[in-house]
Design a protein around this ligand. Structure first.
Ligand code: FE
Ligand code: FE
Ligand code: FE
Length: 197
Protein backbone atom coordinates (compact mmCIF):
# COMPACT_ATOMS: atom_id res chain seq x y z
CA UNK A 1 0.00 0.00 0.00
CA UNK A 2 1.51 3.30 -1.09
CA UNK A 3 1.48 6.34 1.14
CA UNK A 4 -1.56 8.52 0.64
CA UNK A 5 -2.88 6.22 -2.04
CA UNK A 6 -6.64 5.91 -2.30
CA UNK A 7 -6.41 3.12 0.32
CA UNK A 8 -6.09 5.81 2.97
CA UNK A 9 -9.17 7.98 2.95
CA UNK A 10 -9.47 9.21 6.51
CA UNK A 11 -7.71 9.52 9.87
CA UNK A 12 -8.86 6.05 10.88
CA UNK A 13 -7.21 4.55 7.77
CA UNK A 14 -4.11 6.62 8.43
CA UNK A 15 -4.03 5.43 12.04
CA UNK A 16 -4.36 1.78 11.03
CA UNK A 17 -1.67 2.17 8.39
CA UNK A 18 0.71 3.67 10.94
CA UNK A 19 -0.08 0.90 13.40
CA UNK A 20 0.91 -1.64 10.75
CA UNK A 21 4.03 0.39 10.05
CA UNK A 22 5.20 0.28 13.68
CA UNK A 23 4.21 -3.40 13.92
CA UNK A 24 6.56 -4.16 11.03
CA UNK A 25 9.23 -1.86 12.50
CA UNK A 26 9.10 -3.57 15.92
CA UNK A 27 9.53 -6.96 14.26
CA UNK A 28 12.58 -5.77 12.32
CA UNK A 29 14.00 -4.33 15.54
CA UNK A 30 13.36 -7.62 17.34
CA UNK A 31 15.35 -9.37 14.59
CA UNK A 32 18.26 -6.90 14.65
CA UNK A 33 18.75 -6.62 18.43
CA UNK A 34 20.43 -10.04 18.92
CA UNK A 35 23.12 -8.95 16.47
CA UNK A 36 23.61 -5.68 18.35
CA UNK A 37 23.85 -7.59 21.65
CA UNK A 38 26.56 -9.77 20.14
CA UNK A 39 28.51 -6.86 18.71
CA UNK A 40 28.45 -4.75 21.90
CA UNK A 41 31.56 -5.34 24.02
CA UNK A 42 30.56 -3.17 26.99
CA UNK A 43 28.73 -5.23 29.64
CA UNK A 44 26.30 -2.44 30.55
CA UNK A 45 25.46 -1.78 26.89
CA UNK A 46 24.99 -5.50 26.21
CA UNK A 47 22.66 -5.72 29.22
CA UNK A 48 20.74 -2.66 28.06
CA UNK A 49 20.23 -4.14 24.58
CA UNK A 50 19.16 -7.46 26.13
CA UNK A 51 16.62 -5.70 28.30
CA UNK A 52 15.29 -3.79 25.32
CA UNK A 53 14.91 -7.01 23.34
CA UNK A 54 12.65 -8.29 26.12
CA UNK A 55 10.72 -5.01 26.10
CA UNK A 56 10.43 -5.16 22.30
CA UNK A 57 8.81 -8.61 22.49
CA UNK A 58 6.40 -7.20 25.08
CA UNK A 59 5.72 -4.18 22.85
CA UNK A 60 4.79 -6.48 19.96
CA UNK A 61 2.34 -8.23 22.29
CA UNK A 62 0.81 -4.85 23.19
CA UNK A 63 0.44 -4.11 19.48
CA UNK A 64 -1.26 -7.51 19.05
CA UNK A 65 -3.69 -6.44 21.75
CA UNK A 66 -4.22 -3.09 20.03
CA UNK A 67 -5.12 -4.85 16.76
CA UNK A 68 -7.48 -7.12 18.72
CA UNK A 69 -9.24 -4.11 20.24
CA UNK A 70 -9.61 -2.70 16.72
CA UNK A 71 -11.06 -6.05 15.67
CA UNK A 72 -8.44 -6.49 12.99
CA UNK A 73 -5.77 -9.11 12.41
CA UNK A 74 -2.24 -8.06 13.47
CA UNK A 75 -0.48 -7.19 10.25
CA UNK A 76 2.64 -5.29 9.28
CA UNK A 77 3.22 -3.03 6.35
CA UNK A 78 6.72 -2.42 5.01
CA UNK A 79 8.41 0.50 6.71
CA UNK A 80 11.26 1.75 4.48
CA UNK A 81 12.41 4.12 7.22
CA UNK A 82 13.26 1.41 9.77
CA UNK A 83 14.75 -0.80 7.06
CA UNK A 84 17.00 2.12 6.10
CA UNK A 85 18.03 2.87 9.68
CA UNK A 86 18.87 -0.80 10.31
CA UNK A 87 20.73 -1.16 6.98
CA UNK A 88 22.76 1.94 7.73
CA UNK A 89 23.57 0.65 11.23
CA UNK A 90 24.80 -2.68 9.83
CA UNK A 91 26.83 -0.95 7.17
CA UNK A 92 28.57 1.34 9.65
CA UNK A 93 29.13 -1.43 12.20
CA UNK A 94 30.79 -3.48 9.46
CA UNK A 95 33.28 -0.71 8.88
CA UNK A 96 34.33 -0.17 12.50
CA UNK A 97 37.26 -2.28 13.65
CA UNK A 98 37.89 -0.80 17.10
CA UNK A 99 35.63 -2.28 19.78
CA UNK A 100 35.17 0.95 21.71
CA UNK A 101 34.35 2.93 18.58
CA UNK A 102 31.95 0.14 17.60
CA UNK A 103 30.14 0.54 20.96
CA UNK A 104 29.71 4.26 20.22
CA UNK A 105 28.40 3.44 16.71
CA UNK A 106 25.97 0.87 18.15
CA UNK A 107 24.55 3.39 20.62
CA UNK A 108 24.13 5.98 17.86
CA UNK A 109 22.31 3.41 15.71
CA UNK A 110 20.13 2.27 18.61
CA UNK A 111 19.19 5.86 19.39
CA UNK A 112 18.24 6.47 15.76
CA UNK A 113 15.92 3.46 16.04
CA UNK A 114 14.43 4.72 19.33
CA UNK A 115 13.86 8.17 17.85
CA UNK A 116 11.97 6.68 14.92
CA UNK A 117 9.82 4.68 17.33
CA UNK A 118 9.23 7.72 19.54
CA UNK A 119 8.00 9.86 16.64
CA UNK A 120 5.68 7.09 15.44
CA UNK A 121 4.25 6.30 18.89
CA UNK A 122 3.74 10.00 19.70
CA UNK A 123 1.59 10.34 16.58
CA UNK A 124 -0.20 7.04 17.15
CA UNK A 125 -1.12 7.97 20.73
CA UNK A 126 -2.43 11.36 19.56
CA UNK A 127 -4.49 9.81 16.74
CA UNK A 128 -5.84 7.02 18.98
CA UNK A 129 -7.07 9.67 21.44
CA UNK A 130 -8.51 11.74 18.58
CA UNK A 131 -10.44 8.70 17.39
CA UNK A 132 -11.69 7.99 20.91
CA UNK A 133 -9.72 4.73 21.11
CA UNK A 134 -8.59 5.23 24.67
CA UNK A 135 -7.72 1.58 25.45
CA UNK A 136 -5.54 1.44 22.33
CA UNK A 137 -3.98 4.80 23.25
CA UNK A 138 -2.97 3.38 26.64
CA UNK A 139 -1.23 0.39 25.04
CA UNK A 140 0.64 2.65 22.63
CA UNK A 141 1.56 5.07 25.41
CA UNK A 142 3.11 2.16 27.35
CA UNK A 143 5.35 1.41 24.37
CA UNK A 144 6.18 5.09 23.97
CA UNK A 145 7.27 5.32 27.62
CA UNK A 146 9.65 2.37 27.17
CA UNK A 147 11.18 3.84 24.00
CA UNK A 148 11.74 7.19 25.70
CA UNK A 149 13.28 5.52 28.76
CA UNK A 150 15.55 3.42 26.52
CA UNK A 151 16.70 6.47 24.58
CA UNK A 152 17.48 8.28 27.84
CA UNK A 153 19.37 5.29 29.18
CA UNK A 154 21.45 4.94 26.00
CA UNK A 155 22.22 8.63 26.11
CA UNK A 156 23.42 8.24 29.69
CA UNK A 157 25.73 5.30 28.88
CA UNK A 158 27.14 7.16 25.86
CA UNK A 159 27.83 10.37 27.74
CA UNK A 160 29.10 8.75 30.94
CA UNK A 161 31.61 6.38 29.37
CA UNK A 162 31.24 4.90 25.88
CA UNK A 163 31.94 8.08 23.91
CA UNK A 164 34.90 8.99 26.11
CA UNK A 165 36.35 5.47 25.84
CA UNK A 166 35.92 5.65 22.07
CA UNK A 167 37.68 9.02 21.98
CA UNK A 168 40.55 7.73 24.13
CA UNK A 169 41.14 4.99 21.56
CA UNK A 170 41.40 7.65 18.89
CA UNK A 171 44.53 9.22 20.38
CA UNK A 172 46.77 6.14 19.91
CA UNK A 173 46.15 5.32 16.23
CA UNK A 174 46.43 9.02 15.37
CA UNK A 175 49.83 9.29 17.03
CA UNK A 176 51.07 6.02 15.59
CA UNK A 177 49.93 6.90 12.10
CA UNK A 178 51.77 10.21 12.38
CA UNK A 179 54.89 8.32 13.49
CA UNK A 180 54.42 5.90 10.65
CA UNK A 181 54.13 8.82 8.27
CA UNK A 182 57.36 10.36 9.62
CA UNK A 183 59.15 7.02 9.28
CA UNK A 184 57.85 6.64 5.74
CA UNK A 185 59.01 10.18 4.90
CA UNK A 186 62.47 9.47 6.37
CA UNK A 187 62.70 6.24 4.37
CA UNK A 188 61.85 8.10 1.18
CA UNK A 189 64.47 10.76 1.94
CA UNK A 190 67.08 8.08 2.69
CA UNK A 191 66.26 6.27 -0.56
CA UNK A 192 66.75 9.52 -2.42
CA UNK A 193 70.09 9.97 -0.63
CA UNK A 194 68.89 13.01 1.33
CA UNK A 195 70.00 12.93 4.98
CA UNK A 196 67.26 13.42 7.62
CA UNK A 197 66.87 16.96 9.01
FE1 FE B 1 10.01 -0.76 20.23
FE1 FE C 1 7.54 3.80 8.68
FE1 FE D 1 12.77 0.57 21.04
Amino acid sequence: MGWFSSDIENVDDLFRHSLQDIYYAEQQIEKSLPDMIEKASDAELKKGFRMHLKQTKQQIKRLDQAFKKLKSKPKGTKCPAIDGIIDEANEIAGEVADKMVLNAALIAAAQAIEHYEITRYCTLVAWAKLLGLNDVAKLLAANLREEKATDKKLNGIAKRKINRKALARQQKPMRSSRNEQMEADAALLAAAGIPPV
